[in-house]
Design a protein around this ligand. Structure first.
Ligand code: NCD
Length: 314
């Protein structure tokens, strides 16, 4: 594996290997002294053109705990704000002989494009509304920790599908692992082309969250309403969105009644009171902070397989 650009590039064996490595890395995370020599002498650049708390810091921590030299560059503080093109920026960084570029960009396909320009390995840490493969890996890892194998498990992904790269990568990885996936959104936030994808890959579609919850899914993944990506009115008012598609206290109760073991995920950042209530975010069944913790372990696993010379199968 030279790059990690799309969840679709990972076979079931690849995912299994990455999650197994992540489990080993998670052990290290629980030690007092969290330092491995594995990536000594390797340089990882986090190049982030969009805001990020979790993803950027967890890649940085992951690199540091494996002794890589990690450097963060953000769009605002880089020469792109002086008019430099993305190509010139990444060629400049690549000319410093770095080993890995972890990249977040507002354009779908940016990481893929950059991977064709540079010698370094490229990790897609979110490209526009397209994909976010390490998020899907950490979500699968977190759900497996609580639920065991995801084969045949029912996962509902709920909310702003149109603007969500998290949903695209998750739907792919969850299907790779054999989960049964239902996508829930108001018709205005169902992405175009979703029907043919759903038919091809066996995804279920619904615009009735109450009916989906009453069915007792094993996991419910709430997505952030991505207002920064919305140009027009995708729903009448925030209040109406919550009434139709928020995981409110009442819906949390309905979910728990239907399946007492059901877990709740959210990639963060959460809009409390909009797509998820405080009751749901802070419930014992909420895995939100477990996802963050797993994020470091999974990113250690990804950097390890890309940079330490260990081959993933494809
Ligand atoms: C997500 C992202 O940036 O795609 N956040 C994350 O990486 N944890 C989801 C979001 O912004 O809603």
């Amino acid at each position: 594996m030279r790059h990690l650009l799309s969840s679709a590039d990972l076979s079931r064996d690849d995912v299994r290997m990455l999650l197994a490595t992540a489990a080993e890395m998670h052990e290290i995370q629980r030690r007092d002294v969290k330092k491995l020599p594995t990536l000594r002498g390797r340089t990882v650049i986090n190049l982030f053109f969009e805001d990020s708390t979790r993803t950027r810091s967890s890649f940085e921590i992951a690199g540091k705990w494996m002794s890589a030299d990690t450097i963060n560059i953000t769009g605002k503080g880089s020469s792109t704000s002086k008019g430099e093109s993305l190509r010139d920026t990444v060629l400049t960084i690549d000319a410093m002989s770095v080993d890995c570029l972890v990249m977040r960009h507002m354009a779908s396909g940016a990481a893929h494009q950059v991977s064709q320009w540079v010698d370094a390995s490229v990790v897609n840490a979110g490209d526009g509304t397209h994909e976010h493969p390490t998020q899907a890996l950490l979500d699968a890892y977190t759900m497996e920790q609580r639920l065991g194998s995801l084969e045949g498990r029912r996962v509902a992904i709920v909310g702003d599908l149109t603007h969500s790269r998290v949903f695209r990568s998750n739907a792919i990885t969850l299907r790779t692992l054999g989960a049964d996936v239902t996508l829930v959104a108001p018709p205005t936030l169902m992405p175009s082309g979703i029907r043919s994808w759903a038919e091809r890959d066996g995804l279920h579609l619904s615009d009735d969250l109450d009916a989906v919850l009453a069915d007792g899914p094993d996991a419910v993944m709430m997505l952030r309403v991505q207002r920064e990506r919305m140009s027009g009115g995708f729903f009448p008012t925030p209040r109406e969105y919550t009434v139709g598609f928020g995981l409110t206290r009442e819906r949390l109760r309905a979910l728990t009644d239907a399946n007492p073991e059901a877990v709740i995920c959210h990639p963060g950042p959460m809009n409390r009171g909009l797509e998820i209530s405080a009751d749901a975010a802070d419930a014992a069944s909420s895995l939100v902070l477990d996802q963050v913790s797993a994020g470091v372990a999974v990113r250690m696993a990804v950097l390890y397989h890309l940079l330490a010379g260990e081959e993933v199968t494809s």
